[in-house]
Design a protein around this ligand. Structure first.
Ligand SMILES: [Zn+2]
Length: 88
């Protein structure tokens, strides 16, 4: 009877462990929500104040501004491109 109990307990322990791992894995792969401690681009440390101010931040201030400039440039380029094609 003691054997039966310990066997059930062991199986339950295994289930708990695998569920815990899955949750941990899912959390580590979340695209948003968790702020990174280090920049995704240059791996510079992201200050805690910035991580709190920008939930889910993935880039340091420097890379973020470069990224935003690229986004803006991309948007302007696309607009100009579509305008040109409309005129032709
Ligand atoms: Zn960076």
């Amino acid at each position: 009877m003691a054997g039966g109990w310990s066997r059930d307990g062991a199986v339950q322990d295994q289930i708990d462990a695998s569920v815990g791992d899955a949750v941990k894995l899912a959390r580590s792969r979340l695209p948003d929500g968790e702020s990174l401690t280090h920049c995704e681009e240059c791996e510079a440390a992201i200050p805690e104040a910035r991580r709190k101010a920008v939930p889910g931040v993935r880039l340091c201030v420097r890379c973020q501004s470069v990224f935003e400039k690229q986004q803006t440039a991309q948007t302007l380029f696309n607009r100009r491109g579509s305008k040109d094609s409309q005129l032709k």
